[in-house]
Ligand binder design. Structure first.
Ligand code: SAM
Ligand code: SF4
Ligand code: FES
Length: 348
């Protein structure tokens, strides 16, 4: 009864206290449906039945950081690394546009690619296609973010991962939570549409911390908010930790929709990896975005953030068709527009 009241309040006001969010994140499976259905109704009201696709190009697996959960971390000597040539990245983007994608996401480890070269790639993609461009290259100098924005980048995706300073420091040696949040704020000031998000069920994470994550996302006025379950990678310090759950990921997805109604919310590949129906479930719990891989097949396996990632044996065209089928099977359709931010400052 109390749970229903809180869900109804979130639906109507998009506002809950940390304590109230914590209570909703702690509900058991018997009460889950009411929350997920409310989020699905809110998604339908705000986004309609269209689903935006973002084509991801994973262009480099080199990384100088050592995040404890990630297979691309510097100390993973077992990983064969690759970096795509500039021409390959541009060709892949052109191919994505030909497949009907409206957005391309350029993602990599924190490789030290030259900022000028990234800018040149952005300019070239913008000249050859009508694609919106999202960057997901980690923390860089503000001057570099500015250069890329001027070159035509539209959005930046930088998950804050966990809104607890102490756990953030434990999991990210040599990195600073304050700097990460500052990057997001500065990116927003530069006119980027900003995306952040979290890893669900990292060891030590509690519903109280996840509640703070959601309040932080509201405060940052995110345009996009993603959450994927933690999947232990055998070549990392967290190899023996417990995998994240579908239930907690869905609760977080649903609360993301209710508390940030105008955010774009992806049904993540990580959720599709731990549950064959994972992306479908998220699309019915508030999500309105899917991010299929368009990286060339031979590199897919080497971008091993976590093991058993889906789609490593497929090519871009296969994933485009597969995802179209999934979306249609839910009575939804693939959007034909860029899917820019739904926040009022971006709506023309
Ligand atoms: N290097 C950039 C960064 O960290 O922002 C972008 C690439 S990084 C591989 C993209 C995302 O992968 C991270 O934000 C993190 O949330 C996610 N990730 C890494 N390892 C993971 C794991 N073991 N399970 C689930 N998600 C993971
Ligand atoms: Fe590097 Fe990003 Fe993985 Fe951290 S999460 S190790 S920054 S690729
Ligand atoms: Fe890649 Fe289904 S999205 S095979």
């Amino acid at each position: 009864f109390e749970i229903k009241r809180l869900v109804d309040q979130a639906f109507q006001t998009a506002s809950l206290t940390a304590k109230e969010i914590t209570a909703l994140l702690a509900i058991d499976l018997t009460e889950l449906d009411y929350l997920l259905e409310a989020a699905d109704r809110k998604r339908s009201e705000i986004c309609g039945e269209e689903v935006h696709l973002r084509a991801i190009i994973e262009f480099s697996s080199y990384c100088k950081q050592n995040c404890h959960y990630c297979g691309l971390r510097k100390d993973n000597q077992a990983l064969k690394r690759y970096q795509l040539q500039k021409s390959e990245i541009i060709e892949t983007a052109v191919m994505a546009a030909q497949l009907g994608y409206q957005t391309v996401v350029l993602q990599s480890g924190e490789d030290e690619h030259s900022a000028a070269e990234i800018a040149a790639i952005i300019r070239s993609i913008k000249t050859k296609t009508d694609l919106a461009i999202t960057l997901s290259l980690g923390e860089r100098e503000l001057s570099e973010y500015k250069l890329w924005r001027e070159a035509g980048a539209d959005r930046y995706l930088l998950k804050h991962e966990i809104a607890d300073q102490s756990l953030y420091s434990d999991y990210h040696p040599g990195m600073s939570f304050t700097n990460r949040i500052n990057c997001l704020k500065e990116l927003k000031k530069m006119g980027y549409q900003i995306g952040s998000g979290v890893i669900i069920d990292l060891p030590g994470q509690t519903p109280e911390i996840l509640a703070r994550d959601l309040l932080l996302c509201q405060e940052l006025e995110l345009d996009m908010l993603g959450s994927g379950p933690f999947i232990p990678h055998p070549e990392t310090p967290l190899k023996n930790s417990k995998q994240g759950t579908v239930a907690m990921t869905l609760k977080f997805t649903a609360l993301s929709r209710l508390l940030l109604p105008f955010a774009h919310i992806p049904a993540t590949t990580a959720l599709g990896t731990i549950d064959v129906e994972g992306r479908q479930k998220a699309l019915q719990a508030g999500a309105n975005v899917v991010m299929p891989n368009v990286t060339q097949g031979k590199y897919r396996e080497q971008y091993q953030i976590y093991p058993d990632k889906i789609c490593v044996n497929e090519e871009a065209g296969d994933c485009r068709q597969c995802i179209g089928g999934i979306i249609n099977s839910l009575g939804r359709f693939v959007s034909t527009d860029h899917g820019h931010s739904m926040r009022k400052e971006f709506v023309k």
